[in-house]
Design a protein around this ligand. Structure first.
Ligand code: ARG
Ligand code: ZN
Length: 865
């Protein structure tokens, strides 16, 4: 059943207090609930009371102590129980249900991951635990008692503070928790299991001592320290940046192996996918360390943006996610390098969100309808949502943004609100009109902005004509957006001719005139990617090289290089298609050489400047995606650069080797590894024995996962003796006994562009340690393969068929994850006719399969619509 944003109505009754008793047994868990319910003022006395419940075995139901006769209630929909009126204006509803967490393979509701009982309630999992008004505008206080076997479940956790604990008969024990902050049901959590932990404390700026605990399986406890360190940094940063302080005496984080997403911000009891919290140099890459720091911060920041102020309904998801992603991005920019972080984030928007916005799954950051809400935890809601928040920040300035945030909390703390409420707070706090800005929430599609510049020498006048256009998914033209375009003006010597400005583009076509410009400037447009758009502006390679060398905006310096790379690769793809010889642009080689030899650069930035745009990104600007031509052009370009610069690449590689006997992960060491491994990537494209031996040596002697992954990836793309040795070593020494490392080992091979790719993924699928029940393992095989452009998109359709077979298998166990993977087939319209036909055929096959989950069905239907 499809739900629509326009249909929002408040409920007639609301739950204001929830009391839960969990009795955990080996094969079944009993959940007794007691809901304190009130009728809303003005609601009719005979209004029925509706409760969500999914897959529950209902044992008993009573109101104010009296058992409710079956005639008083019925399931009006599969997941909706209705109790007929009239009902008192305030009453207590009690229910007892039983569930089997050990059989819950969907990982939504109460389930067992390894030996740990845990919950995942967002978006609609609470209804799989007990009957409840399972919607975010119902905010209640919770009291929870957990009873379980003391030996197998020594640790019992729920939201808020522990108020009591003790022993029971038969080797059992209990703990009770009280969470004083009213919250929606999606923020509920409970955990029971045999967990190890580390403890720390944080003193808030008002000198409250907060106990910090992080839990995992015993053998992983030593990998929790990085997360703990990140948490303390995040707590301090939010106080300093937004004046936001933690509000309880305790903050817990629990790591579980089986988790559909990255992590979950349950009030004071965050639950994490192990892949987003565990780190040690032997098992996690530098990128993992940074990702973990960001996600720990993200979930912590939700305490204010999400929990204290929550969403009125799920259409408002970006209210908390866009905002919280923006906050974690800002945090990471402050903790690591602002320019590097920005480059990484823009890469995600371009290579993942732009294609989504340009395909059948396109939706505004605030969607208008959904069938399965879990399908709308998308890069659009999260990442484009964060870019939209960033635009408020750019338009209003840092102080203006802070004023808006302060007003938002002042007005809405403790309530469930909408994206419009947020926008209004930003507007009111700054006395500006943000009416037009709502279009970012209403219209899908990526705007294209064309820029034409004219310089009048006599009048010393610069005029910039900006034209915006945007195709909506329905094929119409979107109304013009309100967007900030940050522009820099460079003089011929590379200095800033004029101070940088932010142009506020609001019209479809708008001219900006700047007087007293003494010479013709080189324009640096859309600095820092100030709006989530595609910019069109004509310039030659000379000008790009100039910007690469001189732009003071490090993002645009990188951007100029990316443009140069993509021009050459696209030209070569065209040549390939036309049966002509591919070529290497000499200006590009010069620019790469200059970057490679410039030792004054920050090494991380230098590494990114040397990195080719990724294939998803390049495909996005091809009219019809031709995977064979694109991948061959990409490989050719990389190889030819490597051939031209082989000695320089080798020298830079060697100059950035760190001593093997002492591992460091400070910014300098990370930059060195990044740079060295980019050089290795180029060299590996040459594929000769000498360079492959260098790769093998690195794989066998690496003192950290970053170097092992880098070398193994290079080799996986060059099958042969060295590759076999490296992958075998990787498996035996590292992957065999560590689930997360095993995932990396799989992902590297599934992503490798070799003629054996499909056979390799099938072999991995049949590997004895492969289990379809673990989402991390599934993702590392299926998503990595879907990114293997040439081989996933083989023209004979074998890649598409193979993945669809797996999706249908997975759907029976875990619809949420199956549906996510199916989105990889949705972009068929961008491909040539045979590939389109093959992808569509597989989507149709899914649609016509009986018993497919609503999650997966929704993707198939939307993709084919
Ligand atoms: N709120 C979580 C986060 O972004 C994501 C949980 C989404 N869960 C889901 N089943 N869709 O931090
Ligand atoms: Zn989030």
């Amino acid at each position: 059943k499809e739900k629509f944003r326009r249909d929002y109505t408040p409920t007639n009754y609301f739950v204001e207090q929830v009391n839960l008793l969990f009795q955990v047994f080996e094969d079944c868990t009993k959940v007794s609930s007691s809901l304190k319910v009130k009728r809303r003022d003005g609601a009719p006395e005979n209004a029925p009371f509706q409760l969500d419940g999914e897959g529950l075995t209902l044992q008993s139901l009573s109101i104010d102590g009296e058992t409710l006769p079956p005639s008083r209630y019925s399931w009006v929909e599969e997941d909706l129980l209705e109790i007929s009126g009239p009902l008192p204006s305030s009453f207590v509803l009690q229910s007892l249900v039983t569930t089997k967490p050990e059989e819950n393979t969907q990982l939504s509701g109460l389930y067992k991951s390894s030996s740990i009982y845990c919950t995942q309630c967002e978006a609609e999992g609470f209804r799989r635990i007990t009957l409840m008004q399972d919607r975010p505008d119902i905010m209640a206080t919770y009291e929870v008692r957990i009873e379980a076997d003391k030996e197998s479940c020594p640790v019992l956790l729920s939201n808020g503070n522990m108020t009591e604990n003790g022993d029971l008969e038969n080797g059992r024990h209990f703990a009770t928790y009280n969470d004083p902050f009213p919250k929606p049901s999606y923020l509920f959590a409970m955990v029971a299991g045999d967990l190890g932990f580390i403890r720390d404390t944080f003193v808030t700026r008002s000198e409250k001592v907060v106990a910090l605990n992080m839990y995992s399986e015993h053998n992983n406890v030593k990998k929790l320290y990085h997360a703990m360190d990140s948490l303390k940094k995040a707590m301090r940063w939010d106080e300093e940046t937004f004046g936001l302080e933690y509000d309880l005496d305790i903050f817990n984080v629990v790591a579980v192996n089986d988790f559909n997403m990255g992590a979950m911000e349950n009030k004071s009891l965050n639950i994490f996918n192990t892949s987003c919290v565990l780190a040690s140099p032997e098992t996690a890459t530098d990128a993992d360390y940074e990702r973990i720091q960001g996600i720990i911060a993200h979930e912590y920041f939700h305490n204010w943006t999400g929990n204290r102020v929550t969403c009125r309904d799920w259409f408002q998801l970006t209210l908390k996610e866009g905002l919280t992603v923006f906050r974690d991005q800002q945090f990471s920019m402050d903790m690591t390098s602002a320019a590097v972080k920005r480059i990484e984030d823009v890469n995600v928007v371009r290579s993942m969100q732009f294609p989504e916005d340009n395909g059948p799954m396109a939706h505004p950051i605030r969607p208008e309808s959904y069938i399965a809400m879990d399908n709308f935890y998308t890069v659009t809601v999260y990442r484009k949502g964060a870019e939209v928040i960033r635009m408020y920040h750019t338009l209003l300035g840092k102080e203006g943004f802070r004023k808006g945030m302060d007003l938002y909390f002042q007005r809405h703390d403790g309530s469930a609100v909408t994206c419009d409420d947020f926008r209004r707070a930003m507007a009111d706090a700054n006395g500006v009109d943000l009416t037009q800005f709502e279009r970012w929430y209403l219209q899908a599609g990526t705007p294209v902005v064309r820029c034409e510049a004219k310089y009048d020498v006599e009048a010393k006048r610069l005029s910039l004509l900006l034209k915006q256009s945007c195709r909506t998914p329905q094929g119409g033209d979107a109304l013009p957006f309100h967007m900030p375009i940050r522009v820099g003006f460079l003089a011929q010597d590379g200095s800033e001719l004029l101070p940088e400005r932010v142009l506020e583009l609001k019209e479809a076509s708008q001219e900006f005139v700047i007087e007293n410009v003494n010479s013709k400037p080189v324009l640096s447009l859309l600095r820092g990617f100030s709006a989530p758009i595609k910019l069109e502006y004509e310039r030659d390679d000379e000008e790009l090289a100039f910007l690469m060398a001189h732009d003071k905006d490090s993002f645009n310096r990188w951007e100029a290089g990316q443009l140069m790379f993509s021009r050459t690769i696209h030209a070569n793809a065209k040549a390939m298609q036309a049966g002509q010889a591919m070529q290497l642009n000499a200006k590009l080689v010069d620019a790469v050489r200059r970057t490679l030899l410039d030792t004054s650069l920050d090494k991380s930035l230098q590494a990114y400047a040397l990195t080719l745009p990724n294939l998803q990104n390049l495909a996005e600007s091809m009219e019809i995606v031709d995977p064979d031509a694109l991948v061959d052009a990409y490989k050719f370009t990389k190889k030819e650069i490597a051939r031209s610069l082989r000695d320089h690449l080798l020298k830079t590689y060697e100059a950035n080797l760190l001593p093997e006997d002492s591992f460091r992960n400070d910014a300098e060491a990370i930059g060195m590894r990044r740079l060295k491994n980019v050089c290795l990537g180029y060299l590996a494209a040459l594929g000769d024995k000498e360079v492959l031996d260098v790769c093998l040596k690195q794989a066998l002697t690496a003192n950290c996962m970053t170097d092992l992954v880098a070398a193994a990836s290079c080799l996986a793309a060059n099958p042969g003796e060295q590759s076999d040795k490296a992958l075998e070593h990787f498996y035996q020494q590292h992957a065999k006994d560590d689930n997360l490392v095993f995932c990396k080992w799989i992902a590297i091979q599934a992503a490798a562009c070799t003629d054996q790719a499909l056979e390799i993924v099938d072999k991995l699928f049949k590997h004895p340690s492969f289990t379809i029940k673990n989402p991390n393992i599934c993702r590392s095989l299926f998503i990595s393969f879907a990114g293997n452009m040439k081989h996933f998109h083989r023209a004979d359709g074998s890649g598409h068929r193979w993945l669809t077979d797996r999706i249908l298998e997975l759907d029976k166990l875990n619809p949420q994850t199956a549906a996510k993977i199916l989105t990889k087939l949705a972009g068929y319209k961008r491909f040539d006719a045979p590939r389109q036909a093959s992808m569509k055929a597989q989507l149709e096959r899914v649609r016509n399969t009986e018993g497919v989950s609503k999650d997966t069905m929704e993707i198939a239907i939307r993709a084919l619509a």
